[in-house]
Ligand binder design. Structure first.
Ligand code: SF4
Length: 328
C-alpha cells in the first residue's frame, strides 16, 4: 500500500506522513514547485525532512502550468495578498491524483489542519478544494481526519482511523509535542514560505503585470533587488546586497540585459526593449547606487555592447519617483 503526500516541507506535512508511515504504508512526498518559494534553495531541507519521516521525495516543477492556469483569475479569489490558495490547493490535489497510477499509490494525504489558516483551511474551504479537484474520497488529512468524513483509505481499512488525529485551530501545541516525541529536527523551513503571501512581493507582481505578461521565467526577476519603473516604461532592477547581486546574475531571461559599472557597485538588469532615454536613466540610477561621485563621469556598459558616459544623481532622494510602487 502506498500513498502520495502533498508535501510542503513544513511540520504539519511531516507529521501527516509519519502518522501514515506508522501504519505500515509507504509514502511518496510530492513537493510541488510553483516557482514562488523563497530565494534560498530548499532542496536540502526537503531531503532532510523526508528522510526523518521515512518518505521518498519527488519534486515536481509546475511553474509554467501554475502561471498559466492558477495564478490569474482564480475561481475562489485571493487571500490577503496575491495568493490564490484555494485554487492552488485544488491544483496540487489534481496533480497528486494524476500521479497516483504512475507512482502506484492508492490515496493522497495532506498536512492540512482544519481551521488553521483563515482562508484555505476552513471546513467549507477544505470541502470546496476536494470538490474542485475531484478528490473527495481519496484525500485523507491525517491531522484532522477524526473531524472529517471518513475517506476511502479509512472505509477500506487500509488506514486505522482511530490512530489518526482530530486537531483543529491555529494552536500548534499538539504538533510541537508530537515533533518532540518523535525527535523531529530542523523543521522550520530556511527558505521562508510562499512569496505570494508577502505584501511587498505581491505589489511587485501587480505592478509587473500592468506593463508586461508574466511568464514563469519572470518569477525570479521579482525576487531580487530594488525595482524601478522608468519614464518610458522600462523596468530596472538594482541589487541591494550580495545575495541580490548573486541572484540577479544567475537570471537567464532574454527580456532583460545587464548594466555593467566601471567601479564596485550593484548588479543591475534593465528591460531589453528600453528606449535610449530609459537606458540612460537606468544607467544613471545604477551608478548612483555605486560608490560614485556626482562630480565624476563614468563609462557604463549596457549588455556588453553599448557604453553610456554620465555622472550619478546627486542624491538618492531624486530617485523616489522611479520606485515601482510610486506610480499609480
Ligand atoms: S500559500 Fe502559496 S503555495 Fe500555499 S496554497 Fe497559497 S498560493 Fe499555494
Amino acid at each position: 500500500m502506498k500513498a502520495i503526500s502533498l508535501f510542503s516541507g513544513g511540520l504539519d506535512s511531516c507529521l501527516a506522513i509519519k502518522l501514515i508511515k506508522d501504519q505500515g504504508i509507504d509514502v511518496i512526498a510530492m513537493y510541488i514547485d510553483t516557482g514562488f518559494g523563497g530565494t534560498k534553495d530548499n532542496l536540502a531541507h526537503l531531503e532532510n525532512m523526508t528522510k526523518q519521516v521515512g518518505a521518498e521525495l519527488k519534486v515536481v516543477n509546475i511553474k509554467e502550468q501554475f502561471v498559466r492556469d492558477v495564478l490569474f483569475d482564480p475561481k475562489h479569489g485571493y487571500g490577503k495578498n496575491f495568493n490564490p490558495c484555494i485554487d492552488c490547493h485544488a491544483n496540487m490535489f489534481k496533480l497528486g491524483k494524476a500521479m497516483m497510477e504512475e507512482w502506484g499509490a492508492s490515496f493522497l494525504i495532506s498536512g492540512e489542519v482544519l481551521g488553521q489558516r483563515p482562508m484555505s483551511q476552513r471546513s467549507d474551504a477544505l470541502q470546496n478544494v476536494v470538490k474542485l479537484a475531484q478528490t473527495e474520497d481519496i484525500l485523507l488529512r491525517p491531522l484532522s481526519a477524526k473531524l472529517l468524513e471518513p475517506t476511502l483509505a479509512e472505509k477500506e481499512g487500509w488506514v486505522d482511523r482511530e490512530k489518526l488525529l482530530g486537531i483543529s485551530g491555529r494552536s500548534r501545541e499538539i504538533q510541537l509535542a508530537m515533533a518532540k516525541e518523535i525527535g523531529l529536527k530542523d523543521y522550520e523551513s530556511p527558505g521562508g514560505g510562499c512569496l505570494l503571501t508577502d505584501e511587498n512581493f505581491s505589489n511587485k507582481l501587480r505592478e509587473f503585470i500592468k506593463y508586461d505578461k508574466l511568464e514563469s521565467g519572470d518569477i525570479n526577476i521579482l525576487k531580487f533587488g530594488r525595482h524601478f519603473r522608468l519614464d518610458d516604461g522600462a523596468k530596472l532592477i538594482v541589487g541591494r546586497n550580495q545575495d541580490d547581486n548573486a541572484g540577479l546574475e544567475k537570471i537567464d531571461n532574454d527580456k532583460f540585459i545587464p548594466i555593467k559599472l566601471p567601479i564596485a557597485g550593484p548588479f543591475s538588469l534593465i528591460s531589453k526593449n528600453a528606449t535610449k532615454e530609459d537606458l540612460k536613466l537606468g544607467a544613471k540610477i545604477a551608478i548612483t547606487y555605486a560608490k560614485s561621485s556626482s562630480d565624476n563621469l563614468y563609462d557604463i556598459e549596457i549588455n556588453g555592447v553599448d557604453t553610456i558616459t554620465l555622472s550619478p544623481f546627486e542624491n538618492k532622494s531624486q530617485l523616489s519617483k522611479y520606485f515601482f510602487n510610486s506610480k499609480k
